[in-house]
Design a protein around this ligand. Structure first.
Ligand code: F6P
Length: 366
């Protein structure tokens, strides 16, 4: 029989996204109202547990944050306690301060720690669970690249933001008879470019999972021109490699571990090559952090609320090392270790790809 919970901690790690505050609200209200326990908000992800930065969250603190983007707790995607850089200029070697995190968890007398994050944060959370902490995860990322869950929260909002951007790009592309290249985020997975690209009626969608070639892309642009469609929209995911080339990297923060690599720039490569090869005037836009900003969609608010509630229930049941996951329309507990075992990519036989091909969308591979 699990012991009665008295006090839990909650933190948000990795890149922010819409819906995080909705999860904080759901967990906190449930824990306070249903279980009469206290909630400590840890500031700036794991950094808060390294640097002793936290504050108690009251019921009032989490009222009215459902619609708010970002995270009221702050976040960090560079404070892995197992590879921590005390010097942010990256001049020193990383050190392991995970024992400090464990000591602070104990000092705060936490019964559990809720870690809201993507693969980076949840991998750290899993290691802390193995070191004895009572961890419950909540799957968050606009990349939708976590295993074991159909969707992470934040993704649906990002899809809508990108779709709306494509809609706006359409009018200017058609007025100027141009090719417009839209570069999306998504890291090494193409979920965001694919779903937003299809929803926005993109003509060519380039994702990491489907290697493309220039002839195919340019043939599509020319074919559209011949048919009187004198503009084309190309949606490209940041993790897509150019034919025969390497990932296009914007910068590396610290050492070359995958989590330190910031992608970006494939949009300009694609635009330049299309213009050179077809002679059609081409422009590109990098949507960047716009994709992570603002208020969550109804879908994400509902998913975040369900995830938060189930996370609180998991704590009450003493089910640690797990996270709630969306399977069909049900929320199921899954092991965090299984969710982070690899990056979840778009399957080649994904129905949406087949459907898009059947309505004339090119993936640059024929
Ligand atoms: O993982 C979320 C994400 O937005 C990725 O899509 C993107 O590659 C990365 O974070 C950007 O990271 P940063 O906010 O550090 O620039």
């Amino acid at each position: 029989m699990p012991k009665r919970i008295k006090r839990i901690g909650i933190l948000t790690g990795g890149g922010d996204c819409p819906g995080i505050n909705a999860v904080i609200r759901s967990v906190t209200k449930t824990v306070i109202e249903k279980y009469g326990a206290k909630v400590l908000g840890i500031k700036d992800g794991f950094l808060g547990l390294i640097k002793e930065r936290w504050r108690e969250l009251s019921y009032e603190d989490v009222s009215s944050i459902l619609t708010l983007g970002g995270t009221i707790l702050g976040t960090s995607n560079r404070d892995d306690p197992f590879h921590w850089l005390p010097d942010k200029e990256h001049k020193s070697e990383p050190i392991d301060v995970s024992d400090t995190v464990i000591e602070n968890y104990k000092r705060l007398k936490l019964d559990a720690l809720v870690c809201i994050g993507g693969d980076g944060t949840l991998s750290i959370a899993n290691k802390l669970h193995k070191k004895g902490l009572n961890i419950v995860g909540v799957p968050k990322t606009i990349d939708n690249d976590l295993c074991e869950t159909d969707y992470t929260f934040g993704f649906n909002t990002a899809v809508n933001i990108v779709m709306e951007a494509i809609d706006r790009i359409h009018t200017t592309a058609s007025s100027h008879h141009r090719v417009m290249v839209v570069e999306t985020m998504g890291r090494y997975a193409g979920w965001l470019a694919l779903e937003a690209g299809v929803a926005g009626g993109g003509d060519i969608i380039l994702i990491p999972e489907i290697p493309f070639n220039w002839d195919s892309v340019c043939r599509k642009v020319k074919e559209r021109n011949r048919r009187g469609k004198r503009f084309s929209i190309v949606v490209v995911a940041e993790g897509t490699k150019p034919p025969g080339g390497e990932l296009v990297i914007k910068r590396i923060i610290g050492d070359k571990r995958p989590e330190n690599i910031r992608l970006g720039g494939i949009g300009s490569v694609v635009a330049e090559e299309i213009e050179n090869r077809t002679g059609v005037e081409t422009r590109y836009i990098v949507l960047g952090h716009l994709q992570r900003g603002g208020s969550p969609t109804a879908f994400d608010r509902l998913l975040a609320t369900r995830f938060g509630y189930v996370a609180a229930e998991m704590i009450a049941e003493g089910r640690f090392g797990y996270m709630p996951a969306l399977r069909g329309n049900k929320i199921k507990p899954v092991l965090i270790s299984r969710a982070v075992r690899k990056i979840r990519r778009v399957p080649k036989n994904y129905l949406l790809i087949e459907a898009a091909r059947s309505i004339g969308t090119s993936f640059g591979d024929d």
